[in-house]
Design a binder for this molecule. Sequence first.
Ligand SMILES: Nc1ncnc2c1ncn2[C@@H]1O[C@H](COP(=O)(O)OP(=O)(O)O)[C@@H](O)[C@H]1O
Ligand SMILES: CC(C)(COP(=O)(O)O)[C@@H](O)C(=O)NCCC(=O)O
Length: 691
Amino acid sequence: MLSGIMYRWLFQNESIWQCVFSFCLGAISVGCVWCYQNLPDQLEIDPESWIEPWNEAIKRRPSWIGELPREFFAHRRNTHWPWETIRRKLSRGSSLYAMPAEDTLETEETKEVEKTEKETCIGSIFGLDVGGTLAKLVYFEKKPTNYDPVSPRERHYNVAASAQAVSIARRGQDAKSPVPRRRSFPNMGTQTASKKAASNHSTHSDSSDEDIRHLDTLRQESVPDDLSQYRISVHFETPERPAARKRREEGSDKENKNDENGSSAEIGGNMKKSRSMFDLSVKQKKAEALDQFYNFARRLDSYQDSVRDHKLSFFSRELGGEFHFIRFETRRMPNAMELIRVNNLHKNICEMGATGGGAHKYAEDWEKSLGIRMDKQEELDSLVAGMQFVLSTVVGECYTFRPKQTKAVDHSDSSDQIGAPLLDDAASEASDDTLNGENQKNRVDGWWWSRKVQRDAISYSSTYPYLLVSIGTGVSILRVDGPRKYERISGSSIGGGTYWGLIRLLTDVEDFDAVMRLAEKGDPAKVDMMVGDIYGNDSSALEKLGLPSDIVASSFGKLVAKEDPASGLKQEDLARALLLMVTNNIGQVAYLNAQLHKTTRIYFVGNFLRSNMISQRRLSYAINYWSKGKMEALFLEHEGYFGALGAFLVSQNVPNVEEGLGEWNDDDGKRKPDHSRERRQTMRHLQTFGG
Ligand SMILES: Nc1ncnc2c1ncn2[C@@H]1O[C@H](COP(=O)(O)OP(=O)(O)O)[C@@H](O)[C@H]1O
Ligand SMILES: CC(C)(COP(=O)(O)O)[C@@H](O)C(=O)NCCC(=O)O
């Protein structure tokens, strides 16, 4: 531009001096541009280093010096000096010259916050299993030793916390003050409770004083001013494990030695003080994060997409805490993630033990959108670990079905029969079953085979191998040779997903439990072709064939001969027939594998069996029938949650109870996972939870 002006001026005033002057000015300009572009490369200097002083100087001056007057260029977007733009481009474009923009500069403060966030991470209480149909979440709630669901101390704390929450709400203070939330208002978040209390403000304002008086009285009973500290002592005060105590004592020995030396006593003392204050605040933050999650989980029932299986919660004496179980449909994963996000739960969870195909499929999504890393565990490893743990921990976990004792026979669904007379060799219960002649034959049906019998004793015995049949979306069959020692020997693609998928096509029911209720009412004889439908009633022919007339020859086979296959059929008939078809197939594959691998116990697990008594009764009967009473089908109350539970146990190194659990009581409050291959191999053979 400068040269252009000079050129025009030159032609208007043809003076030689002006000509020379303008030439020199042009040459200097070109020289400057060349220097800027090439000198840094030639001299190997960073352009930042010579631009930066200018920038620094400008930064130090009042802002108007570094910027062009806005009023002059109100219509233009660029209001910076050119080198400012260059600096920005360089810092964005090249890693060599990269310099973080001012707004992203990481301060010490941010680093400290991040560090604290990591230390307050509560991810170690979770185990997640994301399968083809359902995602299962297990979480662990640590309880103080001698836990009694509501101990006097805890009750005391709850009353104090409630009183404080109510008085704060009535005084109109916001939730920022450290109001302990846990169990202040059963089944209700503190916010809801506070709102409720606040809404009563106008009518009950007089009672604020009474609440405060109440709180004061409570304080005289030794509640400290800071309730959140009291909460920690109520919920986390556990006796130290020997290992942790030893480490702590060793640590304090060292400190004492320092004291003796004199030199570092003061510094050590101060450091210790600040560290313990830091630990306390970390512990408090962690406790708050846990409270936030527990409150959320307690309110989960009100959300449509997930279900908390209340009845399955159990207290583990070995681990000193309670396990809780939640499930939701895998197809609802985006909703679940959104729920986590809007409730700010993800902020306190850096990582969690996870298994199932979804732990791989959704890992990236979780990490990107929630910042939660999935600590992936092998699916079958988790399944076996979870199952072994529950078998050895939960009383009343294992059961089977046996024939009813002396009830009248209901012939309405006799087509559930597999066929031959029952050979009930079910040891202790056999004597109760007074069977004879025709009566015995007629009783061999699903209805009759419906007496639930506890079988814990057999699962505690250390008879290996046994067969583990996991009926999830598909079916996996494992031979288990010892605690956490197993091999996947077979499988089938006709599983729970097959049933659920086809039933969604055949009926208009959208709820698995509703389908189960529907199936209970169905008559499969309207759908299935029986042996008698093919052979007629020629008993000598049937005898040669070796099959009775009233067993299923072909599932859904009756529909092939009907003009209009749908006529006279109800949805419940289809639901029942399909359920029996899938179950029979799984039972047969399981039986053949058990025979091949010489196992007499077959554990059937997986959510296909959840609320599904028809299949459980049928499998109990069928395994007994096919094996001539030599094998037994066994079921477990927590059937669908072993993968999630195992993911928690394995990710927390729980198999080695002493070491694994000591981690929560460690002086530094952190867990120390050990994922080495060798360690896993050893863990598989550990006899901790089995037999
Ligand atoms: N609420 C439910 N919604 C869908 N399927 C269910 C439900 N409850 C039980 N099921 C049955 O459980 C199966 C899934 O079992 P699960 O053990 O969770 O396997 P996966 O890990 O493959 O999802 C489904 O295919 C279905 O047959
Ligand atoms: C692939 C799976 C292990 C996944 O487990 P799931 O989510 O079904 O519980 C299972 O579906 C399976 O074993 N399917 C059967 C494959 C077969 O052997 O034919």
